[in-house]
Design a protein. Structure first.
Length: 563
């Protein structure tokens, strides 16, 4: 790390800069960066953040989920701050900061530094001083309508109608997950999401140009989803200039890089808004919901088997890595399982307090009988995405821990039983989720819930349950329900289920998707109301009825004891 920073600084004078900024994302702005430049320069493994390297100081900016983790992984070489603190450094205001235009949107840059402080450098300086692992070429593939519930032609029609209504000649779809949804395609360009790394230009007349390596598109050409002359190689993106007509183009404010914005602005009038596909794909159709329910039964079987295994380990020494590997083994037994939907968080004792902790072979804790163990994991199935957290114990816990766990559970139940006819905005639901902890002066630093994709990204917008989310929840939206509490260097608690918004007649409510027992040994039942007890009983009855047919006799007996 130190050697890379020294080599980077040697390039400053050549490019006339005083510093260089490195984000987590790659040019596709996905959660998983195939070229993780931030990790190379900082050793930070979290999913969001950026580093600022100056001539004599190093800064790492992260959000509240990652402050503890960042201090552990990068604290020796970097000063750790939250995102907004960048404006507090007076010494930076007169400096020239270099950046790669492929890795930032113009909106991101505005939030970080004034335009006068920024110098665009077309070549990536981290790539100049380091090597990246050669990526395997994986072909894109087409999903059939039994999986998607809608044809790609129907979806493209939504977009062309949108363009006509809003008087745009073109839309540039820069987010790969939106390309995937629109064309009903998937890929293997991420180890945790089946996204096909690509960009797509759609014109008002329905014509399309896909920017992606042709070698990845042979299957799509064979299936006649796309023609050879509708494909442009990424390095030859400028060729689409010849096909641009009209005067107005819509660019996604979240994922269109500065490079593409400047390219399009030379010929067209650019309008920056949210890509309408984010909203369209957030509302799952009946086929998608039915398939997601099926995926959660299969995932629930794997998780329940895992919980039985780890709760009955009989004093065997098991590490956090052993636990996450065992859970992965249970999931892999299902033929429809593809890969994890994110890196499993398996934290024991103090490690559970690190919200996005990741155990590794050379950094793992033996799970002790006195530990609280938090496991946040998920799977990508051929027809659904899962995300679930369970916090468990292996011995009697003190009343303080049980009381906090119960307050987290009360918040979880409050979200699950929300009357969406009365409260259907995320920030209002978030208040109710936190109230039991806040009554005791406690809180947690992350949102209560995030949107979830359909065999796509596990984190998806625009819906969510957080302090600032004002998007109205609509039928068909999938959201996580995951309040928690974290005592630094002591323990961490989180209870997470996925739910979907369901409307039947006049009733509008959340329906649980996740099926796995909640740790009874951490509940102070005296804190629960009768309604909350009834909810928990009904939930565990549902878990038993749907999961038990796939369990052996010992597992069934154990699951029955959790009701």
């Amino acid at each position: 790390m130190k050697n890379l920073i020294t080599r980077l600084r040697k390039l400053f004078n050549t490019h006339g800069i005083d510093g260089y900024i490195i984000p987590k994302n790659d040019e596709f702005f996905s959660e998983h960066a195939n070229k993780d430049r931030l990790k190379k320069i900082t050793n930070f493994t979290g999913s969001a953040g950026y580093a600022l390297i100056l001539k004599n100081r190093n800064f790492l900016f992260v959000d509240s989920r990652y402050t503890i983790q960042a201090k552990i992984e990068s604290g020796k070489k970097f000063e750790i701050f939250s995102y907004e603190k960048v404006f507090d450094f007076k010494k930076i205001k007169d400096l020239i900061i270099g950046l790669d235009p492929n890795l930032f949107t113009s909106e991101q840059i505005k939030k970080i530094f004034p335009k006068k402080n920024i110098k665009v450098i077309k070549e990536n300086l981290i790539d100049k001083i380091t090597k990246h692992k050669k990526l395997k070429i994986n072909k894109f593939y087409l999903l059939n309508e039994k999986i998607t519930g809608q044809s790609h032609l129907t979806k493209i029609n939504y977009i062309t109608r949108f363009l006509k209504k809003n008087k745009f000649d073109h839309i540039f779809i820069s987010a790969p997950e939106n390309v995937a949804w629109l064309l009903n395609i998937r890929g293997k360009d991420s180890p945790t999401s089946p996204i096909p790394n690509s960009h797509l230009l759609i014109s008002q007349n329905g014509k399309k140009i896909l920017i992606a390596p042709k070698i990845k598109l042979k299957n799509l050409i064979k299936k006649r989803l796309i023609k050879a002359d509708e494909i442009v190689e990424p390095k030859e993106y400028y060729k689409i200039n010849k096909r641009l007509s009209g005067s107005r183009i819509l660019l996604d404010i979240k994922s269109c890089s500065l490079k593409f914005e400047e390219f399009f602005s030379k010929k067209l009038k650019v309008f920056k808004k949210n890509d309408p596909i984010y909203y369209l794909k957030s509302i799952k159709n009946k086929v998608e919901i039915d398939n997601t329910i099926k995926a959660h039964v299969q995932d629930g079987v794997a998780l329940t088997k895992f919980l039985f295994w780890i709760k009955n380990k009989n004093k065997k020494k098991i590490t956090e890595v052993d636990a996450q590997n065992k859970l992965e083994t249970f999931r892999k037994k299902n033929k429809n399982y593809v890969f994890p939907s994110f890196n499993t968080i398996a934290g024991a004792g103090p490690n559970a307090a690190i919200v996005h902790y990741r155990a590794k072979k050379n950094h793992t804790r033996v799970i002790k009988p006195k530990d609280i163990f938090l496991c946040d994991s998920g799977g990508q199935y051929n027809y659904g995405t899962t995300d679930v957290t369970r916090t468990i114990c292996f011995s009697k816990q003190n009343s303080k821990v049980k009381n906090i766990f119960t307050d987290v559970l009360k918040g979880h139940i409050t979200v699950a039983t929300t009357n969406l006819n009365k409260i259907n905005v995320g920030k209002k639901i978030d208040i109710n989720a936190r109230k039991f902890l806040k009554n005791k002066g406690l809180d947690y630093g992350h949102g209560t819930g995030h949107g979830v994709g359909y065999f796509l990204n596990v984190h998806e917008g625009p819906q969510g349950i957080s302090k600032y989310n004002s998007i109205k929840i609509k039928p068909g939206m999938i959201i996580s329900n995951e309040p928690g509490y974290y005592k630094e260097k002591k323990f961490g608690i989180r209870i997470e289920n996925l739910v979907y918004a369901k409307k039947v007649g006049k009733n509008f409510y959340f329906e649980n998707l996740t099926l796995a027992p909640i740790e009874k040994d951490l509940i102070n039942f005296g804190q629960l109301t009768q309604k909350e007890k009834n909810y928990l009983f009904k939930y565990h009855m549902e878990v038993y009825s749907k999961i038990s047919p796939y369990l052996n006799i010992q597992e069934k007996k154990w699951l029955a004891s959790q009701i």
